[in-house]
Design a protein around this ligand. Structure first.
Ligand SMILES: *Cc1c(COP(=O)(O)O)cnc(C)c1O
Length: 465
């Protein structure tokens, strides 16, 4: 057979459409998708024959046309965004979606999002309501603030606050706090967009109360503190505590703004971590406006939460930017559901995955690691892998508590037949990808961020490599 004959043997569309397999495919995938797959696969086949001189290979490709069409069409509706298994031990992994939300909280979101809701409807009054109404009181109750609202994320919150309070005026910030948070989000750049003028004071390592005081004038709109949550300057340093700053600002009748970044609502020192200033402590210190992320240590949906004095929050609710930055019903529903659990610390730790992972004690992690180890042994995985339980350290991530490490337990895997980097890559290519660290030429599965209910699945996935 020569090439011309091969080309002629490529079935025409109407012939393919009479094939039983293709008829069934149209039934399950729709005609448009199948037609598209036929076009794409036929072109691919034609190109293959054109470029290949091995006629046997071409003949094989020809025979595979129908099965390739079936393959192409059946993945048409498969989403690219998939669940991954986070074995890195980093609880707030920004690349992996930061805070996971519990199934129970998502059930509430699903209920609200799949039906109509009272998102902006006041049922009692029978008229227009506010989308913040569903969680404003809760936030006030939890943080002690007078008023609250939320926007798309904390970067948006910072921008809105600066615009609402400091447009065409000056906001004073310490040079030691002009941070880049990640993804090129820099406080000075945001301030420029907000049309507030940045007044930098102090030096990188030292800022004193007098630096703030000396720079206050009739154009000063606010003093701002930014929680440097993603790095730490050690050594010869000084920064002004919020209490001191608030006290001084009060005498000058100037508001204080604080970007807390992570926004912890519970005292993390309870779990052996370094004390991280809570939202409550800032509100309690008298900070006028505090903002923080919804999907960092709070453990909720992506959002920028703003709490503080009512007169400033009202100003922001009326600001034009608010409309562009507003949260949707998914976020409103998820925020309310997660915040409800903060009414009880015990409930919060049990029901909010981020807090639950932080609070898991070492002996529990040891039991978890032992269980996964045993399942791997029972599945005869030692034929191809060296497996052991090791000590490791998990981190919070998401730019929160950068120096903090939590003792944890992990499974260390060393493949016998392929290299460790190859094995790690293969783990990312399975049906439910497993993302893990490689340390000392071993793949490390930190059990802190693994769900015990997925252990059997993990073993099956690893067996398939
Ligand atoms: C993370 C962070 C932000 C940005 O928050 P997003 O919710 O990611 O937009 C802003 N400021 C600080 C101090 C942060 O740590």
């Amino acid at each position: 057979m020569n090439k011309n004959e091969l080309f002629r043997k490529i079935p025409k569309v109407d012939i393919l459409l009479e094939d039983k397999e293709i008829i069934d495919l149209i039934e399950s995938c729709s005609r448009e998708i199948v037609m598209e797959a036929i076009r794409k696969e036929s072109t691919k086949l034609r190109d293959f024959i054109k470029e290949n001189d091995d006629l046997n290979l071409c003949e094989t490709a020809l025979q595979q046309l129908t099965s390739n069409i079936v393959k192409a069409a059946s993945i048409a509706f498969v989403p690219n965004m998939v669940e991954v298994i986070n074995a890195t031990g980093t609880i707030l992994h920004t690349n992996l979606g930061r805070a996971p939300i519990s199934k129970r909280h998502m059930e509430q979101v699903s209920k609200i999002a799949t039906k109509y809701s009272n998102l902006e409807y006041d049922l009692k009054a029978g008229g227009r309501g506010e989308r913040y109404a569903h969680f404003e009181e809760l936030l006030c109750e939890i943080t002690g603030a007078e008023a609250a609202m939320a926007v798309n994320n904390n970067a948006a919150a910072v921008m809105l606050i600066m615009n609402a309070m400091g447009k065409d005026k000056e906001i004073i910030v310490s040079r030691g706090e002009l941070v880049e948070v990640g993804g090129k989000f820099r406080i000075p750049d945001v301030m420029e967009l907000s049309k507030a003028k940045l007044v930098e004071i102090g030096t990188t390592n030292k800022t004193h109360l007098s630096d703030y005081e000396d720079n206050i004038n009739e154009n000063t709109a606010a003093l701002m503190k930014v929680h440097t949550s993603n790095y730490r300057i050690l050594g010869f340093t000084h920064s002004v505590e919020v209490n001191e700053l608030v006290e001084m600002a009060k005498t000058k009748d100037i508001p204080v703004i604080e970007d807390l970044g992570s926004g912890v609502l519970v005292d993390l020192s309870k779990f052996g971590l370094t004390y991280e200033p809570t939202v409550q402590s800032s509100v309690n210190a008298g900070v006028d406006v505090v903002c923080f992320s919804g999907d960092k240590l709070l453990g909720g949906p992506q959002a920028g939460i703003i709490v503080g004095k009512k007169k400033y929050i009202d100003l922001m609710k009326k600001n034009q930017l608010t409309r562009a930055l507003r949260i949707d019903k998914f976020t409103a529903a998820a925020l309310e559901a997660v915040l409800l659990d903060y009414k009880s610390l015990e409930r919060a730790i049990e029901n909010i995955p981020v807090l639950n992972m932080i609070a898991t004690p070492l002996d529990e992690l040891e039991r978890k690691a032992g269980l996964l180890y045993q399942k791997m042994i029972d599945a005869n995985m030692t034929d191809d892998l060296e497996i052991k339980v090791i000590d490791c350290e998990s981190q919070i991530g998401g730019g929160s508590l950068p120096l903090e490490r939590m003792d944890s337990k992990a499974i260390a895997i060393k493949p016998k037949n392929i290299s460790t980097p190859e094995y790690e890559k293969a783990m990312r290519m399975v049906n439910t990808p497993i993302v893990a660290r490689v340390t000392n030429d071993e793949v490390i599965l930190d059990v802190r961020t693994l769900d015990e209910e997925q252990f059997d699945e993990i073993v099956d996935l690893l067996k398939g490599i």
